[in-house]
Design a protein around this ligand. Structure first.
Ligand code: NAD
Ligand code: MG
Length: 331
């Protein structure tokens, strides 16, 4: 079995007297910066002057600086801006100030693995990748627990890269849940494959097609929403706490029999084959190339698809149900 790191395996003294700069205050930036601050480490924020994040981080009582100043003031720099923004931001605002012996931390291996960022050899390049969306990371931390994380070492110039990665993971609460060591390649590829075939792509398409089938058969959309979208959370919660067997124990025998016999007819060998093709496309770098080009061209496909999702009946019906029941609060 793989070694799993917990709180007791971490010697946080590598970060004694060190300053951590968090660059970006979005989904991960907000969650990670607040956890690191609450864990008592020395933190500064590096943000765009006058931007929305700048105001928000100021309100949240962080010392906020323009990105180059935050990099100059710190020993550890955490790159928490979108992956597509990282290459140019690194080149213009980070690399000129990344002195020998500093540590650059990524939350996803994308730019190092696909070589869109090539750092000098005299710095530590590490990854601390929490396996959860930012808001869940923060919520579990506040509940005195954490989300699991992956760490990886791409360059260990100081000889302390692994303890630095573990110490940051501990500050995020992740060593309470468990941390495993991997490589930038494995994290990047498995993260992209996982989000495409299961976590994001697989789930939203499964929900959409399931919802559409029920509605096309004449069942009310509200009923279809409860049956697919709402209940999936409760089923997944059961799996999260007690595994697939735990979930199966919690549903009726009719649901067990129907689920186990019919499931493989729905998600059949063709679907598995599609998943393998998706994986190949990620491993070859084709997906990364296509996404960076789409982003550079102003995201024409991305924007159309987001709009289609916003307008889909699953979303419009779901939104009114969630706001009437109080599940979704108005922002
Ligand atoms: P995000 O889109 O939420 O981050 C946006 C923030 O980046 C903004 O709030 C702003 O502070 C900053 N920003 C955006 N454009 C900028 C620019 N041009 N110049 C300077 N600052 C800019 O990003 P995220 O989803 O938190 O992702 C950050 C990193 O974390 C990525 O490497 C991502 O792969 C990784 N990650 C994300 C998640 C997740 O749940 N979202 C999970 C694990 C890892
Ligand atoms: Mg991902």
């Amino acid at each position: 079995m793989m070694k799993i790191y917990y709180d007791k395996d971490v010697n946080s003294s590598v970060l004694d007297g060190k300053t951590i700069a968090v660059i970006g205050y979005g989904s991960q930036g907000y969650a990670q910066a607040n956890c690191i601050k609450d864990s008592g480490l020395n933190i500064v924020m590096g943000l765009r002057m006058g931007g929305k994040s700048w105001e928000r981080a100021n309100r949240d009582r962080f010392p906020v600086f323009p990105i180059p100043d935050a990099v100059k003031k710190s020993d550890v720099v955490m790159m928490l801006v979108p992956d597509t923004v990282q290459p140019s931001l690194y080149k213009d605002q980070i690399s000129p100030y990344l002195k020998p012996g500093k540590t650059l931390v990524f939350a996803h291996g994308f730019n190092i693995h696909f070589k869109t960022i090539v750092p000098p050899t005299n710095v530590d390049i590490i990854m601390v990748a929490p396996k959860a969306p930012g808001p869940s990371l923060r919520e579990l931390y506040l509940n005195q627990f954490g989300v699991p994380a992956l760490i990886a070492i791409h360059q260990d110039y100081t000889g302390k890269a692994k303890q630095t990665a573990l110490s940051i993971a501990k500050a995020l609460g992740s060593t309470k849940a468990g941390v495993i060591e991997t490589t930038f390649k494995d994290e990047t590829e498995s993260d992209l494959i996982g989000e495409q075939i299961v976590l994001v792509g697989g789930i939203i398409e499964l929900l959409k097609k399931g919802f559409e089938v029920l509605v096309e058969l004449g069942y009310p959309p509200e009923l279809a929403y409860f049956e697919t979208c709402n209940e999936i959370k409760l089923i997944v919660d059961q799996i999260y706490h007690a595994g697939v067997i735990g979930m199966l124990r919690a549903v009726s025998d009719t649901a067990k029999y129907g689920g186990m016999t019919i499931g493989p007819k729905v998600i059949d060998a063709r679907v598995k084959n599609n998943m393998k093709n998706v994986a190949k496309n990620v491993q070859s770098g084709e997906f990364a190339k296509k996404w960076l080009k789409e982003d550079a061209n102003g995201r024409p496909i991305f924007n159309v698809l987001m709009k289609q999702w916003q307008e889909h009946q699953l979303e419009t019906v779901g939104k009114s149900i969630r706001s009437m029941s109080g599940i979704e609060k108005e922002k």
